[in-house]
Design a protein around this ligand. Structure first.
Ligand code: F6R
Length: 247
């Protein structure tokens, strides 16, 4: 795993943005795996800015989002469909047909999961997957204990995840108890992975990822087995390493 140290959230977002825009310039039909949550918001702002300045077009890229809550309508302000439209898709030229998100309202979840896996496979797998890091080590909504060979599946959200994500909801009771997520195997099949980590609250999780052992109890640890992972982390998340280097 390559670790890129940056000063703060803004620098992390700019660095991730540059990597992705360069990839799109290299490969017009890039298959991009996307995340939601607080971490990638700055990245989306940067990509929108580049588009508005005429520096990039997203017309040919194909996207797959990592996850979605179960039983939240696509127009619900807390759904990841809504988040992606509001924070990225509505502001750029990506055609609707190129956007893939899991349907949290599907009538047949098994079929929804299998079809998502198949769509990723048919797209030739993900070229670059953006990930955030859960404080409990989750990636996507693959909570501790998830099998490393899992594919897209339905999960029970960990109480810590529901508590953390309750900041986006009116009340913790409103946070869905289940979600649907790409599996660890899907993520590991991505050709390249970009893990973004910012803030002191991620410090312990990041230290465990870097120094700890590979275990299904800490899902992100599997990334150590991937050939092409770049972690872009800011000083707050990497505080010890930054201090050692005088940053
Ligand atoms: C979101 C996702 C999650 C988040 C993680 C970090 O699509 O898959 O794994 O990346 O929970 O969330 P934030 O960025 O809000 O700290």
């Amino acid at each position: 795993m390559k670790i890129v140290k940056v000063r703060d959230y803004e620098e992390m977002s700019q660095a991730a943005c540059k990597i992705i825009l360069d990839k799109i310039k290299d490969k017009k039909h890039l298959v991009l795996g996307l995340a939601t949550g607080s971490t990638p918001e700055g990245l989306y702002r940067c990509m929108i800015h580049a588009y508005k300045e005429g520096k990039i077009s997203f017309q040919h890229i194909v996207t797959f989002n990592l996850d979605e809550y179960l039983n939240l309508d696509q127009n619900h302000p807390n759904s990841y469909h809504y988040y992606m439209k509001k924070k990225f898709f509505n502001h750029v030229d990506i055609p609707k047909k190129n956007i893939h998100l899991l349907d949290g309202m599907a009538t047949n979840y098994i079929q929804e999961c299998q079809q998502y896996d198949e769509k990723i496979r048919r797209a030739g797998n993900i070229d670059i997957q953006v990930l955030g890091l859960g404080v409990n080590g989750h990636i996507g909504f693959n909570e501790p204990g998830t099998s490393f060979i899992s594919r897209t599946h339905v999960v029970h959200l960990d109480p810590t995840t529901r508590k953390t994500n309750s900041k986006f909801f009116r009340d913790i009771q409103d946070v869905p108890k289940k979600a649907i997520t790409m599996g660890i195997a899907n993520i590991m099949e991505s050709k390249e992975i970009l893990l973004l980590v910012s803030g002191k609250k991620k410090e312990l999780a990041l230290a465990r990822l870097i120094n700890g052992e590979i275990s299904e109890q800490f899902p992100a640890s599997i990334l150590k087995k991937h050939q092409n992972v770049t972690i872009i982390a800011d000083c707050a998340a990497l505080s010890k390493m930054c201090k050692e280097n005088g940053n």
